[in-house]
Design a protein around this ligand. Sequence first.
Ligand code: ATP
Ligand code: MG
Length: 307
Amino acid sequence: MTAKISLRSVTRQFVVRPARGSKASAKEPTTLTALHSLSLDVRDGEFLTLVGPSGSGKTTLLDLLAGLSTPTSGEVLVDGRPVTGPGKDRAVVFQQYALFPWRTASANVSIGLEGKGPDGRKLNRRERAAKASEYLKLVGLAGFEDRFPHELSGGMKQRVAIARSLAYEPDVLLMDEPFAALDAQTREQLQDELLRIWRATGKTIVFITHGIDEAVYLGQRVAVLSARPGRLKEIVDVDIPDRDGEDDIRSHPAFVEQRHKVWTLLHDEVRLAQDAGHRKILPDGTAPDEAPAAAGTHESTLERSAA
Ligand SMILES: Nc1ncnc2c1ncn2[C@@H]1O[C@H](COP(=O)(O)OP(=O)(O)OP(=O)(O)O)[C@@H](O)[C@H]1O
Ligand SMILES: [Mg+2]
């Protein structure tokens, strides 16, 4: 197997402020373990979906892959090389569209083309507009080049964001609940479009979602994370025979069975996370029940097994 992405025993901890009003003995900063010793390989060209309870470290994992943060221990490799920061080989699509309101759809897409291209040459304005059009067409927005974000629906805005990510010509697309804010119908439409784009471009995709249906529908494999601290609980292989010939894949017995498997795995973890709910980070950034920083991972592990 060619691993495009390799996570090797990755642990990510955050140092957080002690809770307001906590005991004098608990005044020192505390350590929160978001991910604990997680190992995972993603194949070149694979579509991997990632599910886990809220707070299980999914976004933390994506940030590590994007190079927006570094692991506390362990290794994050892309193409066998350690990730040292963001790179044009990896593009991120967030839940919020993050478009510039003062730029047209075309100008939003061409942001990624303003530097030097993959061949080291700078594209001129006309070439950039042509490329932007090509990617807007790929996401079903041909003819919308000159529209501003406020003139587009939520689904259209997310299409523009996807087109912008693709315009970088990254090998890897990292997507953090990109369709969560959309209505059910638009979401299903975009899921199909993403599958079409994935098949057409052969990108490696890591896609985070809270939707079990979405995870099974899109992923070749579904990675299930445990409640915090996030570890890899299980990887479910999605195997739906005659997928391409089916109209309503979601009703296929194989889909129903694999959906149920993911649901069961996730359900147990969500309950654990809920039981530990009072230990969650508060909005002010404090972690009332976390272990002191010096105690580190071990305490958090104990905390989880005690939950
Ligand atoms: N910069 C940070 N500083 C301190 N704690 C953080 C930071 N980023 C994340 N955390 C904590 O790490 C844990 C994992 O957070 P993360 O955002 O990765 O969860 P998630 O699985 O993406 O959750 P959700 O499904 O709600 O988006 C949480 O307890 C969160 O509070
Ligand atoms: Mg998240």
